[in-house]
Design a protein around this ligand. Structure first.
Ligand code: ADP
Ligand code: MG
Length: 355
């Protein structure tokens, strides 16, 4: 008997194809990894926080990795390579800080096209080394590859912290106060300024960029810092956040991570969200709502954390911390109380009118 080798068209089963956009970044990570069970007792925390936590019997080791791609995360038209090197280290150190731990080592992997000269890569590494010096971290390895197009930088940061001090995303409790370090929204507006000047320059290369002396806003975008100083201040004060995350994607996205992981709701008061005057003014110049820049802008690399009420005096005594709201029971959702006293649900992207 002969087997039919060719199925008719109607019998052919179309392979399933789901667009990755359907899941979004976090949905995709979850979809791909949720069936994975960590089997080693040394894995204290696997996927799902700012960094993994490993314990080989001494002080826990904290590990985090982040990749920066040309054209997606940076634009070399307005990003000096030295700044890029510095930033690619800092964004990783920030994830170690988010665990209430301190970074000690990094590895750096790069993929380069033939567009990059040795001198250009020396510039990149001068920024990487500047970050190493500023944060007392050692570059201990990496990998070098060629890329067909564009520059790719992947950094892994390794650090440590006392086991009982490590702060996860899942420890917030209703009644905890919600705090943020520094100020928000500036990096996003720095990016808007750089993008605006790029577009003007592209349509008329003779025109010199007019960055309006906005060194603060542009500096926050091109040369962010990781808040190791805050981790040290917390340690000095004997304070442990009940939960913590760094603000890489924007306050809205990060509060969602804390609430989802902790099984809570939250309320954020618009009037209490720290923003510099120059950030607010620039937002208005761009016809943007300042609070939207803080909620959805991202790349501030500040720390969003929660603290139990008993720690209120310490929090109040520490400069550079703003109390922006409170953790609430889950049924209350995640709300923004506007300056007018209205309540709006905060979505992971920002906030939308209830009606
Ligand atoms: P962050 O914004 O703090 O850097 P991410 O949103 O990038 O964190 O990642 C969230 C969690 O998912 C982290 O624990 C990270 O290690 C993990 N993760 C991200 N991408 C992958 C992947 N492709 N495979 C496994 N784990 C991943
Ligand atoms: Mg993070």
């Amino acid at each position: 008997m002969k087997f039919a080798l060719h199925k008719t068209k109607t019998m052919e089963k179309k392979p399933k194809r789901t667009d990755v956009n359907k899941l979004g970044e976090f949905g995709l990570i979850d979809h791909l990894t949720n069936s994975h069970q960590c089997i080693n007792p040394s894995t204290l925390k696997g996927i799902g926080d700012d960094a993994a936590v490993l314990d080989y019997g001494g002080q826990p080791i904290i590990v985090s990795t982040d990749m920066l791609l040309e054209g997606i995360h940076f634009d070399l038209m307005y990003t000096p390579l030295k700044h890029l090197g510095y930033k690619s280290v800092v964004v990783n150190l920030s994830d170690i800080c988010a665990m209430n731990a301190l970074p000690l080592q990094i590895t750096v992997s790069i993929a380069i096209s033939n567009r990059f000269s040795v001198e250009a890569l020396e510039e990149l590494y001068s920024g990487i080394f500047a970050a190493c010096r500023n944060y007392n971290v050692d570059l201990v390895g990496g990998d070098t590859n060629s890329s067909k197009k564009g520059l790719i930088i992947s950094v892994t940061a390794i650090g440590t912290g006392a086991r009982e001090k490590i702060s996860y995303r899942n420890g917030a409790k209703p009644g905890d106060i919600l705090c943020v370090t520094g100020d928000l929204g500036a990096s996003y507006l720095g990016l808007q300024l750089l993008e605006r000047e790029k577009q003007i320059w592209q349509s008329n290369p003779g025109i010199q960029p007019d960055l309006e002396d906005q060194t603060y806003l542009i500096g926050r975008q091109l040369k962010p810092e990781a808040r190791t100083d805050m981790v040290l201040s917390f340690e000095k004060g004997g304070f442990n956040p009940t939960s913590m995350i760094d603000i890489s994607d924007g306050l809205a996205s990060e509060i969602h991570h804390i609430c989802k992981n902790s099984g809570t709701g939250a309320i954020i008061e618009e009037a209490l969200v720290p923003m510099k005057d120059e950030t607010q003014l620039m937002a208005l110049k761009f016809k943007l709502d300042p609070i939207t820049c803080a909620l959805s802008g991202g790349e501030d690399y500040e720390l969003l954390f929660t603290a139990s009420e008993k720690d209120l005096p310490f929090i109040r005594s520490l400069p550079g911390i703003s109390i922006i709201g409170e953790i609430r029971p889950p049924e209350e959702g995640i709300q923004l109380k506007t300056v007018n006293g209205n309540f709006h649900e905060i979505t992971a992207q920002g906030w939308q009118h209830n009606q």
